[in-house]
Design a protein around this ligand. Sequence first.
Ligand code: GDP
Ligand code: MG
Length: 311
Amino acid sequence: MADAGGPGSRLSADEVHSGFVALVGRPNAGKSTLINALAGSKVAIVSDKPQTTRHRLRAIVDTEDAQVVFVDTPGLHKPLDALGEQLNRSALLALSDVDVACLVIDSTKPVGEGDKWVARHVAAAKGAKVLVLTKADLPYRIPIERRIESARGLAEFDDIVVLSALEDFNVAGFLSTVTRLLPLGPRYFPREMATDQSLEVMLAEFVREKVLLRTRDEIPHSVGVSIEDVTHDDKNAMTTVVAVIYVERDSQKGIIIGAGGEGIRSIGVEARADLEKLLGSKVFLDLQVRVKKDWRRDASQIKRFGYGEGL
Ligand SMILES: Nc1nc2c(ncn2[C@@H]2O[C@H](COP(=O)(O)OP(=O)(O)O)[C@@H](O)[C@H]2O)c(=O)[nH]1
Ligand SMILES: [Mg+2]
C-alpha cells in the first residue's frame, strides 16, 4: 500500500510501483517464454535447447500504476566452457541488485539438485522472493499441490505463483503479485519502451533462434550470430540486413547450409518473417555462414558477440 500520509513521504504524481524483477532458474524452465508473454510481443528468443538465452535482457511492462522491469537471464547450469561461465556470472549478477528475485521452475520436472543450487542464490538475494511454477498447462502425474509442496522449501518465498506462459494462464496474476512487492518510485524507462536490447542484438538473436530450432546436438551451442550491416531504403520501404552465422567447425557449416542450400534457405525464410515484424518493413536478409574455430573458449570473441554482457 502507498504510504501517502507520513512526514516526508509525500507522493509525487508520477510515482508508481516500479523496480526490477529478475527471473532466474535452470535452462528450459520457461523464463524467456514468460518474458515474452509479459511484454506482449517477442523480445526474447525461445527454444528447447539449453543456452538459448545468452543475454541478460530486460523487458519493460508499463501500466497505469506500475512500471515493472523484468530481467531475463541465461539459465544457470554447470558451466562446460568459457561461454557457460560467462552466462552463469551474468545470471547471478542480475540477482545482486533487484527488488524481486523470482525462482522459475518447470512444474513438470521433479525438483532437482540444479534447482536447489539456483535456489541458494535466490535465497541470498536482497529483495523479495517469489516462486514461479511454469508450464501448468502440461499434464503431469503428480498433482500441482504436491509439486508446490516440494518446491516451497527451496527458499523463504513472499509468494508462490503457478502459471502457463504459453497458454496465458495466470500471467496477469504473476504481474500483479510482483507489482505489489515493488517499492514506489519513478518510471525508469520511457513508457513506450518494451526492451533495453539494441535493435542489432535483437536482429542477431532472432536469426540465432531459427538456427537453434533447426539444429541439434552440439550445433546450437556452437552458433554465434553477428549483424554486419543494416540499411534502409526509404523509397522501396525495404531494409537490408546482412547477418553472419558463425560456427566452430567446417562440418557444422555444412549442416547449417544443408543439401543444396535447403537448410540456410529455411532459416532465412523463418528469420525474415520475424525481422519484418520487428522492423515493420519488408526485409532482404543476406545470410552467410562462416567458421570461427573454438570461439566459445575465447573470452574476447564471446564479448564481441555481446553474450553474457553486463559483466
Ligand atoms: N507447454 C508449455 N511449454 C512451455 C511453457 N513455457 C515455456 N515452454 C517451452 O519450454 C521450452 C523452454 O522455454 P524457454 O522460455 O526458452 O526457457 P528458458 O530457458 O527458461 O528461457 C520451450 O520449448 C518453450 O516453448 C509453458 O507455459 N507451457
Ligand atoms: Mg531463456
